[in-house]
Design a protein around this ligand. Structure first.
Ligand code: ARG
Length: 308
């Protein structure tokens, strides 16, 4: 028994004892860090004054780390689509925020901070291009005035048949209504209470077997209760060391987990569950509040995941 039966689920519960192999080759949207820098501060990780004196080295490290991330994904069989980087939009490298995709529909971001709103037309352009290529079928928007920061705050759970949503920092609670209407799926919204963990993906990572790595202090008391009720014994607690290196901001592809940091304790738990951990040096992106998951947007999520 995985203890994860949920009243909102409409699908039979999968109860895998092993992580699921990747169903089909995943398709990701990435954007090279050619213009990545920390020149403004919209979260507590971003300190332009600390960045500036080491900027050249940090930018090189970012290029190197990003290339390794891309290669790791390709080694794991992923197909990569590229969003051309744009000068003056340093956070465009974090493609997870551009939108969220399910069954070929994309719900585009409405950024909360003016610093990132310039990314919106570029998001529209790349998704329109992906539409022409047949990768995406349709584009959708939240109403004006309803902030929504894409897959960073909306994580599709194919086993529980719902979107996990984060709100309270960047994305608004109201965005869940649009998610439900566009994708015709239930949502479960978790309140984020710590400004360091400003997107759900910074403190919540869904694995292919249905387990969830999470950092409890990032959530409200009610949020922690919701997680306990729905995920139960499949919750994996991350400690401060992992959380403060954004190790929770990871990407799971079948039995493989791509992360920027993994403490021995967390690695032991993940390995015992049958996962392989791949650590990629993404420290430069930590200085912007990001890591592996933020740098990646999944384009091929399906409502009904193929189990074989
Ligand atoms: N500097 C970026 C911001 O604050 C980092 C975004 C990270 N993305 C994410 N999905 N957590 O918006």
């Amino acid at each position: 028994d995985t203890g994860n039966a949920t009243p909102v689920s409409t699908a039979p519960q999968a109860a895998p004892s092993q992580p699921l192999p990747a169903a089909s080759s995943p398709r990701f949207l990435l954007s090279a860090p050619d213009h990545f820098t920390v020149s403004y501060s919209i979260n507590p990780w971003m300190q332009p004054q600390a960045w500036a004196p080491q900027a050249e080295r940090l930018k090189q490290d970012a290029q190197w780390g990003w290339q390794q991330l891309r290669q790791q994904y390709e080694l794991l069989g992923a197909q990569i689509e590229l969003q051309p980087p744009v000068a003056g939009l340093p956070d465009m490298v974090f493609t997870a925020n551009a939108g969220v995709v399910l069954d070929g529909k994309v719900l585009l971001a409405r950024y909360a901070c003016p610093e990132r709103q310039g990314e919106e037309p570029h998001g529209q352009a790349i998704f329109t291009a992906l539409c022409r290529q047949g990768v995406i079928q349709s584009l959708h928007y939240t109403p004006v005035g309803v902030p929504f920061e894409g897959a960073g705050d909306a994580i599709w759970d194919a086993q529980r048949q719902l979107f996990w949503c984060g709100y309270g920092q960047r994305s608004s609670y109201a965005a869940r209504q649009t998610l439900e209407a566009v994708f015709q799926t239930p949502t479960l919204a978790l309140e984020l209470v710590d400004p360091r963990f400003y997107h759900l993906d910074t403190c919540f990572c869904l694995l292919s077997g249905g387990e969830v790595i999470y950092y409890p202090p990032a959530f409200s008391e009610v949020g922690r209760q919701q997680l306990a009720a729905v995920v139960g014994s499949q919750l994996i607690e991350a400690g401060e060391d992992d959380a403060l290196h954004l190790g929770v901001n990871s990407v799971c592809i079948g039995q493989d987990i791509v992360m920027c940091h993994c403490s021995p304790a967390l690695k032991a738990k993940l390995t015992a569950l049958g996962y392989r951990v791949h650590v990629i040096p993404l420290g430069s992106f930590n200085r912007s509040g990001g890591a592996a998951y933020c740098l990646t947007l999944r384009l091929d999520s399906r409502r009904r995941a193929t189990l074989i």
